[in-house]
Ligand binder design. Structure first.
Ligand SMILES: Nc1ncnc2c1ncn2[C@@H]1O[C@H](COP(=O)(O)OP(=O)(O)O)[C@@H](O)[C@H]1O
Ligand code: SF4
Ligand SMILES: [Mg+2]
Length: 327
C-alpha cells in the first residue's frame, strides 16, 4: 500500500479542523507496520482513511491510498464492498464492543459470509479454519458476545477479519483494555498468524513496548504528522526524533528507577491550537529558540529507510544518553 500526501480532518461548528497533514507512507508486503503515537495523535483517523471508511464529519481534503495499484479513495461503493473482507480487513478501535449484542456469534459469522455471497456449503469450513487460527473452540459460536471474556471477544473479531482470507489487515488498538497476560497471548497469535499466512498488517497502538514487540517497521505520529519512521531496530537503537527518544526513555525497565527528567511533559496536541514551528517544541527536551519558528521537513538519515522530522538531528542525539534504550 502506498499512501500519498493525505490531508484529512473534521468539519466542526468553527470550521475545518486539520488532523492529518501531508501523511505519506509505504506498507511493504508481508510485514507488520506499527503506527505509534499518543492518544489524539491521529492514528484512528489514519486507519479509517486507509480503509476508506472515513465519513462525515471526517473529510479527506487531498491525497491517495494506492492498494495493489488502485486508489482506494476513488473506488465506487460496489468495488470497495468486494475488496473489503476478501482483500483487506479492518478491525476498528473497540470493535469487540461493537459485536451485535443480541445475535449469537455463529449468526454474526453467517451474516458476513452472506454479505459476500459465500456458498452456504462453505460456511462451516471457513468458520472452523478461522477459529482455529485464533485458537478458539467452536462452542463460542453458540454464545452471545456478553457471554464471552474480553480476550475471547477480541479473538472472535480477529477470526471474523480472517474469515475471507484477506492479505492485508488493519488493526486499531486490538488489545487495548485487555489483561496483560491475555494481551500477550493475543499478540503472539497475531504475529504467528501473520508469519504463517504471509499477511501484511498495519498495527496501531499507543503502547510503545507492545508496538516495538510486534512490528517490523514503525511509524511515529505526533500532531497528525509522521515525525519518524523506519525499521523498528533503527528507531529503537538510534531514534532520530526526540519524541521517539523521550517515549522510549520513559518506559520503566524492571529493577531500575524511573528517570523523572525523561517523563514526557505536557499533553497531546490540541488541533485547534497547533504550535508554530515544530509541533513538538513545547514538550521537547532538546528544543532551541529556532524550533518555535521553523517547521521541520521529513528527512532521511544515513539509513535510507529511516526518516525523521527534526531541525536538530543528529545534534541533539550527541547529548542524549542513548545507551539505556533497548537494553
Ligand atoms: N468525530 C470527530 N469529530 C471531530 N474531531 C474528531 C473526531 N474524531 C477525532 N477527532 C479529532 O481528531 C484527533 C485525532 O483523533 P484520533 O485519530 O482518534 O487519534 P488517536 O487514534 O491517535 O487517539 C482528536 O484529537 C480529535 O481532536
Ligand atoms: S525540531 Fe527542535 S523542538 Fe522539534 S523535535 Fe527537533 S529539537 Fe525538538
Ligand atoms: Mg485511536
Amino acid at each position: 500500500m502506498e499512501v500519498n500526501h493525505i490531508n484529512a480532518g473534521y468539519e466542526s461548528e468553527n470550521g475545518y479542523i486539520s488532523v492529518l497533514k501531508d501523511v505519506s507512507l509505504t506498507v511493504n508486503r508481508d510485514i507488520i507496520l506499527g503506527i505509534a503515537g499518543e492518544s489524539g495523535s491521529g492514528k484512528s483517523t489514519l486507519a479509517a482513511v486507509l480503509y476508506n471508511s472515513f465519513r462525515y464529519p471526517g473529510t479527506i481534503r487531498s491525497g491517495e491510498v494506492i492498494f495493489d495499484g488502485k486508489n482506494l479513495l476513488k473506488m465506487k461503493p460496489n468495488e470497495l464492498r468486494k475488496l473489503r473482507g476478501t482483500e483487506i480487513s479492518f478491525i476498528p478501535q473497540a470493535a469487540m464492543n461493537a459485536l451485535n449484542p443480541v445475535k449469537k456469534i455463529r449468526l454474526q459469522f453467517y451474516d458476513m459470509m452472506i454479505a459476500h455471497n459465500i456458498k452456504e456449503n462453505d460456511f462451516d469450513s471457513k468458520i472452523s479454519s478461522s477459529l482455529e487460527l485464533v485458537r478458539l473452540q467452536e462452542n463460542v459460536l453458540d454464545n452471545f458476545p456478553h457471554e464471552l471474556s474480553g480476550g475471547m471477544r477480541q479473538r472472535v473479531v480477529i477470526a471474523m477479519s480472517l474469515l475471507l482470507s484477506p492479505k492485508f489487515i488493519i488493526l486499531d488498538e486490538p488489545t487495548t483494555g485487555l489483561d496483560v497476560m491475555v494481551e500477550h497471548d493475543i499478540l503472539l497469535d497475531i504475529k504467528k498468524i501473520q508469519r504463517t499466512l504471509g499477511l501484511t498488517i498495519v498495527f496501531i497502538s499507543h503502547d510503545l513496548p507492545i508496538l516495538f514487540g510486534i512490528s517490523d517497521a514503525i511509524v511515529m505520529m505526533y500532531g497528525g504528522e509522521i515525525v519518524e519512521s523506519g525499521d523498528y531496530e533503527d528507531l529503537l537503537r538510534n531514534p532520530a526524533h526526540p519524541y521517539t527518544y523521550q517515549l522510549l526513555k520513559s518506559i520503566p525497565l524492571i529493577g531500575t528507577k524511573i528517570d523523572s527528567s525523561m517523563i514526557m511533559k505536557g499533553i497531546a496536541i490540541d488541533f485547534n491550537h497547533i504550535p508554530h514551528g515544530c509541533y513538538f517544541h513545547p514538550r521537547c527536551n532538546f528544543a532551541v529558540p529556532k524550533c518555535s519558528d521553523i517547521h521541520p521537513e521529513l528527512k532521511q538519515t544515513d539509513g535510507k529507510t529511516h526518516l525523521y522530522r527534526c531541525n536538530r538531528y543528529p545534534e541533539w542525539s550527541r547529548n542524549a544518553k542513548l545507551e539505556a534504550i533497548g537494553t
